[in-house]
Design a protein. Structure first.
Lengths: 630, 181
């Protein structure tokens, strides 16, 4: 006779193995990782009790030399090798970056690749690799804290991220050895953290996210488990750092201090500004005080003055809020909940002004730095299957329309924005010439009518169909968008049932056969015409290059190079060293160019060996042919 | 595997357990749609094998596609006709009654005049009202024709409906232009 089985009501009788899952908020300034333990979601801290992990990586000759808080603290010592705000670059082409404000923050290596590389002592790094290094640290923290390997993670992305940026984020996670259950929009994660997905009635939610360096406002519609992003707006150059800067400007103005290039002074001013800002959270007055050149400067900052300084900045965010409402065709009164995200929303005046703008209390109960990671953790827990009884279902929509280029550079929409995903659409094409056996398609993303106003996702060549009279071939192209919003394309020639061979040239993605051909000198700043400075820079550059080369060659020169190739590089190296002793910037530059040119092969082989296995290939894989499901 | 049971051969109405008709129980459609997504959404298979995950994406896409078709009245009517074996391809040549064409031209003219009206938003609202009321009438006609299996007449009526929806879209883009100005 069987013994009675005792189980909790509603609990599955089959033993369920609890999978370790985490939510990761991969932010521009800071990142966090959170998990659900004993039913409650909480962020994970490092040994020193810090949950916030600055998204900063410093590279040395041997790779990552410092990361997180340590890297941020050392940033001033080695600005060129310390990469921060890399999220501003992810999924962008070199031209995109050149056109954005981010161009000032990074030294890009000129390459033939569609994926830009940042110059570091550890070699050129893509934004994907830098993000992967950050994710690796968060993964290690989670696994150490949970005592086991992570089954999977939810990574959050801004709601406005397009296909390329989402794909790049997912690639970074893959490169970090993470299994991504799902990419979730940041504002959606914040709403989940507040349990807004469990409300009975439909609601419209505004998520106000004021981070360190960026501001985002998103309007979401939540209809019984379906999250729809109605609109997003924001300012990529506005954040809490501007509040600190405003305080510094005020103080400097009060005392007539000339800060100039003095990094130490700048630093202590900013530290003091932050301290004052924190004090004013619950005080009416704070002392702004610094010691400088044996003198002590002190001013008392009243809450009133502070308000007037912050007011201007918050007004700029409210302008974006108005824009987002207009785009969503909503009035302020249509908003049911306002969720506050980002450390800067702790400042009472910010809360107050946002609350007044939307004419309601704003949601601030959950730590605004942690709310996105917490929501991601809750979703990760559900996806890991740890809540078998949960009927929580997060349906998302396609954030931007997908279309293809037609005659005259016009876009034909295939999948409109705000279509619930996953979704598949088939479109039939035919040949327009007799005997045609191939066809090219250009896939774009965006809301505009002209191809040139949209973002190019990739070009597809369909080859190998049976030659026939024009208009007779029936090529069905299937566009599949998965639950993460990522597109795959497959094609079939329907009459012959022959799968067309799909060749893809992703516009900004990494290519399988991509070869790093050259690393050129990117130091072409026009304004640097001062010869001395040029010379100094070239010398530093020469030292750096030689050091990087030596480090690399001591490791694997024999693995990648023949004896004669190696000798050539060593000769060029010697030439750099010798010209480095001269006062001729141009000569050093030429020597370096020569060295870079002869080590091209070596660099390419090393890059391929280290990057190749993990980073390339996915674009092709994800476009592999599939049978038409219907 | 859980995903093996899914039947791709069912028509969209069968899929959501609804009778084939232009008039549907919207609440039931919604409820059954959510029920199916709860069962087959890829998130349910986040920790499953890659084969099962891929199948879940296909199934969930199919369910979403079916829902998007039945959820929109015009698409639903077109689908009814398609199930009856008739094409609603707007490129097929068909005669339009002259009365309807006249109305069309008037509506189009009133849309064109909006931007120069003294109160463009008011003009837009009134044009929209016209279009919407005509859509309602056409929708009712279509529905009745299909119920009575008068498919040729239904096709005519759907073609008029398609025209009207295009006008409604134009009205929306005019509004966007007004907002941006």
């Amino acid at each position: 006779m069987a013994l009675l089985q005792i189980s909790e009501p509603g609990e599955a009788t089959a033993p369920h193995q609890h999978r370790l899952a985490a939510g990761i908020d991969l932010g521009t300034t800071n990142s966090l990782v959170a998990t659900v333990r004993s039913g409650a979601a909480a962020v994970l801290e490092d040994e020193e009790g810090e949950a916030i992990f600055p998204s900063v990586v410093r590279y040395g000759n041997d790779g990552v030399s410092a990361i997180g808080r340590q890297a941020r603290e050392q940033a001033a010592e080695d600005p060129y090798n310390t990469i921060s705000s890399v999220k501003r670059l992810i999924g962008l082409s070199a031209e995109d970056i050149a056109a954005s404000s981010a161009s000032m923050m990074f030294q890009l290596v000129e390459t033939d690749s569609t994926v830009p590389r940042i110059r570091t002592d550890a070699g050129p790094k893509t934004a994907i690799e830098v993000s992967a290094d950050i994710l690796k640290s968060l993964k290690a923290r989670a696994e150490q804290s949970l005592g086991g390997e992570l089954g999977g993670v939810v990574v959050t992305v801004p709601a406005y991220f397009d296909d390329t940026q989402r794909q790049a984020t997912k690639d970074a996670a893959k490169l970090a050895g993470l299994n991504v259950y799902r990419l979730v929009n940041e504002p959606t994660a914040a709403a989940i953290a507040y349990g807004l997905d469990r409300q009975e009635t439909d609601s419209t939610i505004a998520v106000y996210d004021l981070g360190g360096g960026t501001f985002d406002i998103s309007i979401l519609k939540l209809e019984r488990g379906v999250f729809e992003v109605l609109s997003t707006a924001g300012d990529t150059a506005l954040g809490g750092d501007d509040i600190d800067q405003a305080l510094v400007s005020w103080f400097v103005g009060e005392h007539d201090i000339t800060v100039g290039e003095d990094a130490a002074l700048q630093r202590s001013l900013l530290d003091q500004a932050r301290a004052v800002k924190h004090q004013l959270t619950d005080a009416n007055e704070a002392q702004f005080q610094i010691e400088y050149q044996d003198k002590s400067y002190c001013s008392s900052l009243s809450l009133e003055t502070f308000r007037s300084l912050v007011h201007v900045l918050v007004d700029r965010t409210l302008k974006s809020c108005r824009g987002a409402l207009r785009q969503a065709k909503l009035k302020k009164t249509d908003i049911d909940n306002v969720v506050m995200v980002g450390g800067s929303t702790r400042v009472p005046i910010v809360r107050q002004m946002v609350s007044e703008f939307f004419d309601q209390d704003v949601l601030t109960d959950i730590n605004p730095d942690e709310v996105v990671a917490v929501g991601a953790a809750l979703q990760a827990d559900v996806l890991a299957g740890n809540k078998p009884d949960s009927d929580m279902l997060l349906l998302d929509v396609n954030p931007l329309s997908l279309g293809i280029e037609t005659h005259g550079g016009l876009v034909e929409q295939i999948i409109p924005r705000n279509t619930t995903i996953p979704v598949a659409r088939a479109q039939e094409f035919t040949t327009f010439k007799d005997g045609q056996t191939a066809m090219a398609l250009h896939v774009v993303q965006g809301e505009r009518d002209l191809v040139r106003d949209c973002r190019s996702l990739g070009r597809f060549e369909l080859r190998g169909f049976v030659p026939a009279v024009a208009g007779q071939a029936r090529i069905q192209v299937m566009f599949q968008v998965d639950a993460d919003g990522l597109l795959t394309v497959s094609a079939i020639e329907k009459i012959s049932e022959v799968h067309a061979e799909v060749q893809i040239k992703p516009s900004y993605g990494l290519l399988d056969a991509e070869i790093e051909t050259m690393i050129r000198d990117s130091m072409t700043h026009a304004e640097q015409d001062v010869a001395a400075r040029m010379l100094q820079e070239q010398r530093v550059e020469a030292e750096r290059t030689v050091a990087a080369l030596d480090a690399a060659m001591s490791r694997d020169a024999d693995e990648f190079l023949t004896a004669s190739e190696k000798q050539k590089i060593l000769d060029a190296r010697e030439y750099v060293v010798q010209s480095g002793k001269s006062d001729d910037a141009e000569a050093i530059k030429n020597a370096l160019r020569e060295l870079e040119s002869v080590s091209e092969v070596y660099v390419a082989r090393r890059m391929n060996a280290s990057v190749g296995e993990t980073m390339t290939g996915k674009n092709i894989d994800s476009y592999q042919k599939q049978d038409n499901p219907s | 595997m859980e995903t093996d049971n899914f039947n791709f051969e069912q028509n969209y109405f069968e899929l959501f357990d609804l009778p084939v008709s232009c008039e549907i129980d919207a609440a039931k459609l919604r409820e059954n749609f959510m029920q199916m997504q709860r069962q087959y959404h890829p998130d349910r298979f986040a920790a499953a094998s890659s084969t099962e995950r891929r199948r879940a994406v296909q199934i969930a896409s199919h369910i979403n596609g079916a829902h998007q078709t039945l959820d929109v009245p015009l698409k639903r009517a077109e689908y009814c006709l398609q199930l009856a074996g008739l094409s609603t391809d707007s490129e097929t040549d068909a005669k339009m009654d002259s009365m309807f064409l006249m109305q069309q031209m008037e509506l189009r003219e009133s849309l064109e005049e909006i931007s120069s009206a003294s109160d463009p938003y008011k003009a837009l609202d009134s044009a929209r009202e016209d279009i919407d009321s005509q859509i309602k009438t056409t929708q009712a006609e279509t529905s009745e024709c299909i119920a009575q299996q008068k498919y040729d007449e239904a096709r005519e009526s759907i073609r008029r409906w398609q025209f009207l929806e295009k006008l409604a879209e134009e009205a929306n883009s005019i509004e966007a232009q007004l907002d941006d100005a």
